[in-house]
Design a protein. Structure first.
Length: 323
């Protein structure tokens, strides 16, 4: 059985760090409120002229170096983003050109905060079907560009960044002991559009628009849907929550992350948390958390990882990976 095996990972954060106190000088908020409700202490914000593609390219170069794979060996790039450089072409094609990859295909996937899990699932399917053999999967965002900086209910929650992994087709035995992506589960519910969306776009308003969110409503769906999808993906792989070594969740809110960890019966030290330093970077949050825990030595070869996320759509999903 063909498995998509992770060869390496990389990440990049813009240089500029914005603290809660700095935001409290612009909108009516406080470091205390933000930390208590979300766990966020700071976020990175892209510089003027620094685009999603620039963050993606830097993260990708680091992932290729870590994997020991040349860009010319890639035959697929799947980039998850809700903040592309331009309406078209896909930001992935800019990454392709900059990396010097001239064959195969590069395209974007848009599932907002679930984007990375969606992109992993798409790349895994294309590898298993023989369409591609070596894939770069990226999550990259500049959410600072779609925030209403006068809306304290949203502007304190998000940040910019990028993360990437390299997947390669390898022969597996077809058991849960194989390295690679073991199972994916994806869902969406378009009826929930109004609780998290951007009020602009090329076809509707010819503007970029700003992010709008009913946080409490999203929170309720997040708790319920995350519990269901992690159960589903474990069942697909024939595994149980006690088999999980690391929960690598989407980083929206520490309270949602803690809730999912508790439902899985995982001790806090088995849950990777970066929301304090990165805030919510949408599609980039999972690969940023992943890179943090791989590079600091927590995640080791053979460990079982559960990645999960939910965002606008609503769209949500989970992937189980043997590192
Ligand atoms: O990644 C995509 C998925 N997104 C998520 O998963 C986000 C899910 N939602 C959340 O994380 C939380 O709902 C939030 C962090 C967004 C909000 O926390 P909450 O505990 O649900 O607070 P709330 O929205 O109910 O607001 C409570 C109070 C309100 O004041 P009143 O009406 O009680 O007087 C808000 O106006 O806090 C107020 N508030 C703030 N106060 C200080 C809202 N934002 C702020 C702020 N600073 N930044």
């Amino acid at each position: 059985m063909i498995r998509s095996v992770v060869q390496g990972c990389g990440a990049y954060l813009p240089e500029r760090i914005v603290t809660n106190d700095e935001l409290a000088r612009k909108v009516e908020t406080s470091d205390e409120w933000i930390q208590q409700r979300t766990g966020i202490r700071q976020r990175h914000i892209a510089a003027d002229g620094e685009f999603t593609s620039h963050l993606a390219i830097k993260a990708s170069q680091r992932a290729l170096d870590h994997a020991g794979i040349k860009a010319s060996d890639l035959d697929l790039i799947v980039l998850a983003t809700a903040t592309p450089d331009e309406t078209f072409p896909a930001t992935a094609t800019r990454v392709q050109a900059e990396l010097g990859m001239t064959r195969g295909a590069a395209f974007d996937v848009q599932a907002v905060c679930a984007g990375f899990v969606y992109a992993v699932s798409v790349a895994d399917s294309l590898i298993k079907n023989g369409v591609a053999s070596t894939a770069l999967v990226i999550g990259a965002e500049t959410f600072s560009r779609i925030l209403d900086w006068n809306d304290r209910g949203t502007c304190v929650l998000f940040g910019d960044g990028a993360g990437a992994i390299v997947l390669k087709a390898e022969q597996g035995k077809g058991t849960s002991a194989d390295r690679g992506i073991l199972a994916n589960a994806l869902h969406s519910d378009g009826r929930q559009h109004d609780i998290l969306y951007v009020d602009g776009g090329p076809s509707s308003t010819r503007t970029t628009g700003f992010l709008r969110m009913e946080g409490k409503e999203v929170f309720k769906h997040a708790v319920v849907n995350m519990a269901a999808v992690v159960g589903e993906v474990l069942e697909k792989a024939g595994l149980e929550s006690k088999d999980i070594d690391w929960l690598v969740p989407h980083q929206a809110n520490k309270r949602i992350i803690d809730g999912t960890g508790r439902k899985l019966g995982l001790p806090a030290e088995r849950v990777v948390v970066t929301v304090d330093k990165h805030a919510n970077t949408s599609a980039a949050s999972i690969p940023l958390a992943l890179d943090t825990a791989v590079k600091d030595g927590r995640i080791k070869k053979g460990d079982l990882l559960l990645m999960e996320g939910i965002g606008g759509g609503l769209a949500w999903g989970a992937s189980l990976v043997r590192w």
